[in-house]
Design a protein around this ligand. Structure first.
Ligand code: UT7
Length: 314
């Protein structure tokens, strides 16, 4: 059974932080950040802003655009590694704020930057399982990574941003959905949010993550296309997790693919982890880039290590 995205929504916090702003507080420069990553700015949560408020705002937008009654939402899934609380989950906080039905389960999925794609496939399986009360699922990737950035570590502090991307989805035979998810246990090269103070911040071996990404993303795209029985020429857009523009350029070269098929918005938001793919989808729908009937291939990778892809039909 396929999956249809009825509508999307996004929310960004109020504090816009440019590369030049960061250069005022740490040894870095717009030139270094932009040339190594493509990032020009990011949004950080300020005083009084948090993950729940961001997620609620993006979800409200998606629900309003879908034109559905929230009482018909049968599942509420958050993809995040930066919830406001370890417990209750972000999904439960959003469930409460939106007043979703008591029969609607809510829980978080943590697959780091692959989280939104893992949540979409989980939603599809649960909707298809037939035990939910409502026919729609609310699925969102939402992160406040600024809380786990070490201002003393310029090699990570410049790379990430906060934000939420949300989608309302439902089962549909007319909207084929092919998914691929995997993991390669390696807890050392990228981690965050440890319980001790010393282990709290994002720590990353940038070059090792770069090597992983440029190997796994083309492999994942190839496997997904094989599973779907189609070629890249039959796909209208590729939306890679926005971690580094140079990773996307590598993937384009490795696949010999047309560059214009690969969407990039990392210059605006930096790496928003689980939120990056749904934010991109929302922006593309809003700007009329994705049209009805088009095929969009999404691919993610992140801490864990996790990786995954989904071929969606709009
Ligand atoms: O969601 C998944 C998350 N992560 C990723 O996808 C990240 C993948 N990795 C990368 O994108 C790249 O490895 C980075 C952009 C993180 C780093 O680029 P790099 O070309 O691998 O740089 P590097 O770590 O080898 O550092 C090169 C130099 C070093 O100086 P020296 O030792 O050559 O003198 C760093 O200290 O750049 C220095 N450096 C900086 N300089 C200015 C590191 N961070 C900065 C900075 N500003 N922010």
């Amino acid at each position: 059974m396929g999956l249809k995205i009825l509508a999307t929504g996004r929310a960004l916090p109020s504090r816009l932080v440019t590369n030049d702003d960061l250069a005022q507080v740490m040894e870095t420069s717009d030139e270094w950040i932009a040339s190594r990553t493509g990032i020009r700015q990011r949004y950080f949560c300020g005083e009084g802003e948090g993950n729940t408020a961001l997620a609620v705002s993006a979800c409200r937008r998606a629900i309003a655009r879908a034109g559905i009654d929230p009482a018909e939402i049968g599942l509420c899934l958050a993809a995040t590694f930066t919830p406001d609380h370890a417990s209750p989950s972000l999904a439960c906080e959003v469930h409460g704020a939106l007043g979703l039905p008591e029969s609607t389960p809510a829980f978080d999925i943590n697959a780091a930057c692959t989280g939104f794609l893992a949540a979409l496939e989980t939603a599809r399986c649960l909707l298809a399982g037939g035990n939910l009360r409502g026919k729609y699922a609310l699925v969102f990737g939402s992160e406040v990574i600024s809380r786990v950035l070490d201002p003393a570590d310029r090699s990570t502090a410049v790379l990430f941003g906060d934000g939420t991307g949300a989608a309302v989805v439902t089962l549909s035979k007319q909207h084929p959905f092919v998914s691929l998810l995997g993991a390669r246990g390696d807890a050392e090269i990228l981690r965050a949010g440890g319980s001790s103070q010393a282990d709290r911040y994002v720590r990353m071996e940038g070059k090792a993550v770069f090597r992983f990404a440029t190997q796994i993303v083309p492999a994942c795209i190839d496997q997904l296309l094989e599973r779907a029985g189609c070629g890249l020429d039959e796909v209208d857009w590729v939306v890679c997790h926005q971690a580094n523009g140079r990773i996307i350029d590598h993937v384009v070269r490795k696949l010999g693919a047309p560059e214009e098929k690969f969407y990039k918005n990392i210059h605006r938001y930096a790496n928003t982890s689980a939120a990056s793919i749904p934010i991109a989808l929302d922006e593309m729908c809003e700007n009329g880039l994705i049209r009805t009937g088009q095929r969009v291939l999404c691919v993610g990778f992140g801490a864990g290590l996790t990786w995954g892809g989904a071929l969606l039909t709009f």
